[in-house]
Design a protein around this ligand. Structure first.
Ligand code: PRP
Ligand code: ADE
Length: 171
């Protein structure tokens, strides 16, 4: 790992008992606030998929931050995968389990079937969110170019649910 990536990793804070007792919350906001760290992680998340995707999809809300930065750096567009009830024209939806609770994701159909999509999010925990995102993209007829995150919580074994997921940092 480069020095810049190691520094970026060191900026992720661990907050005990948020949003509920027993959860060690990994807070990426200090990393996103740091320009060189953000650039380093955007480059490293994208590198294995260079040239193999037409568009980036990000999962609301934290996934939007990474997806927007990657899309801009790669010069491609962005598909927002949103929590239920936010999109005026949802074309696909799916309910899924989280490390804490359940949620529902939706996406619009703004691109043709067969479009190659790189799916990104900040954290891989149980894998439920990214699996749901993959299934949503499949419902829309898109081709999954790959799935990538900043950080994987390895004890939760999300790779079994949503793998293979390219991850920069493991904890
Ligand atoms: O692998 P999983 O167990 O599914 O968990 C990972 C998901 O949990 C968090 O999102 P959250 O739903 O808390 O929403 P947020 O991005 O709006 O904070 C995180 O940003 C991932 O999307
Ligand atoms: N422990 C955790 N920290 C931050 N985001 C998460 N999403 C799911 N689990 C999480």
């Amino acid at each position: 790992m480069t020095t810049e990536l190691a520094r970026a990793e060191s900026l992720i804070a661990t907050i005990p008992d948020f949003p509920e007792a027993g959860i060690q919350f990994r807070d990426i906001t200090p990393l996103f606030a740091d320009g060189p760290a953000l650039r380093a992680v955007v480059d490293a998340v994208t590198r294995p998929f260079a040239g193999s995707f037409d568009v980036v999809a990000g999962v609301e809300a934290r996934g939007f931050l990474l997806a927007g930065a990657i899309a801009n750096a790669a010069g491609v567009g962005l598909i927002p995968i949103r929590k239920a009830g936010k999109l005026p024209r949802p074309a696909a939806s799916i309910t899924y389990d989280l490390e804490y609770g359940t949620d529902k994701l939706e996406a619009a159909q703004d691109l043709p079937a067969g479009t190659r999509v790189l799916l990104v999010d900040d954290i891989l925990a149980t894998g439920g969110t990214l699996r749901a995102g993959q299934q949503l993209l499949e419902q829309l007829g898109y081709t999954l170019a790959g799935t990538a995150v900043l950080m994987e919580l390895v004890d939760l074994d999300g790779q079994q649910v949503a793998g293979p997921v390219h991850t920069l940092f493991e904890v």
